[in-house]
Design a protein around this ligand. Sequence first.
Ligand code: ATP
Ligand code: MG
Ligand code: MG
Ligand code: MG
Length: 488
Amino acid sequence: MTSSEIRQQFLDFFKSKEHHIVPSAPIVVKNDPTLLFTNAGMNQFKDYFLGNRKPAYPRVADTQKCLRVSGKHNDLEEVGVDTYHHTMFEMLGNWSFGDPGNPQAGYFKKEAIAWSWELLTKVFKIDKDRLYVSVFEGDEKEGLPFDEEAYNEWKNWIAEDRIIRGKKKDNFWEMGDTGPCGPCSEIHVDCRTEEERKSMEGKTLVNADHPQVIEIWNNVFMEFNRLKDGTLQKLPARHVDTGMGFERLVRVLQSKTSNYDTDVFTGTIKAIGKIVDKEYDNDDSKTSVAFRVISDHIRAICFTIADGQLPSNTGAGYVVRRILRRAVRYYYSYLDYKQPLLYQLVLFIAGQFQHVFPELKNQQDFVAKVIKEEEEAFLRTLEKGLKRIDDIISKAGSAEIIGGKEAFELYDTYGFPIDLTRLIATENNLAVDETGFEAEMQQQKNRSRQATAIDAGDWTVVNEAERSSFVGYDRLSVQTRIIKYRKV
Ligand code: ATP
Ligand code: MG
Ligand code: MG
Ligand code: MG
């Protein structure tokens, strides 16, 4: 089955369960001061859970573009090193928005659990013996009960020794210190070889115990409201919020040991290989990590720009720039390619995703142009910056640390984001004095208040009084930064 067919089957399945299929929200978030990028499928439905808006449909499903490189979820350092954390990924999800006025419309644990089991084992035909689930074990100190209801539902489908009791960290979901929250139930797939399975028989495994046992799906059951004083109230309307990692699901269904060996990534990896004249291997060499990192990062870069966030020096724009510069350093140092590379991949990615996310195809020339200019700018200082950091490292001696002043010099003179300096430091078994770096940054900001004022706005807001959504760039010029909005 191709990845496109898998995505479609997920959506068709929930359509058959009376879900309304909605498009992905933009990966770039504009109307929420607490969030720069969408990091989960539920973000666009937050107001329904909070009771601020009424949902148009009680059941919905979609695939959502997500980015996890800042804030609560930051997977950047895992990417390319492990085989299943991406910067940008698709989160498949199904929701039930409980509506007290129309209780039949929604559903809760019983249906959510039965359907996820049906989809994975009947439609996708995943071997039952390869599945594990987890339920919330409860937390006395916090006054949170064991999720017996979910446990009993799972018992209808799966042997009890495959139902793992998990702690609050993994099995209780909260939006923040107050507000809707509830237990969740994760589904893990055991992708170990038969041999490995035999040699570890009897040991209950979850994701953290083995790199081939991966979490694919999380079912959140929102049933409480946490009040300011910390107490829990039962919510009048209970909701289901699920998220399944699309690339991980494809990996399982295509029987691969790495997300990068699925058809989501093989085309991009091939295209990179052709450009740099090297071959990719599924191993831990620096070259292989570079292939994986670049094939991952290019998607994040393309879709954030296509959704309205240009690379810049502040806020969300700087997140895009950081990802881009990290990718450049990977090809420059490990694929021995010294010219702009990323922009050459844009047309390929746009083609691959044109049916599910046409926004990239519609703006591919502009996106490629922005990326190329960014690459050129960084390549102008990268060589010298790498020489300078080599010099700093060789002089670090027993200190085993890159000082804050040096990290700031790399940032300020050579355009090295702090996470790039940290990455290179780690490769050389050094740490970075990040507190010192922050202090230097602050001093510079104080020196040039004016510059900060100019940088303050990432967005050209056409009319602040009205909600608007990004519909495309106005012309093919990076400098003019004219962005079009549509009222919503
Ligand atoms: P993990 O423990 O693997 O980091 P998570 O518990 O942080 O995952 P959730 O917040 O529960 O993830 O998100 C729901 C699903 O999204 C996960 O079960 C997983 O399949 C997928 N997912 C989460 N983070 C990533 C990522 N960085 N790249 C790809 N898929 C992801
Ligand atoms: Mg995570
Ligand atoms: Mg997890
Ligand atoms: Mg999870």
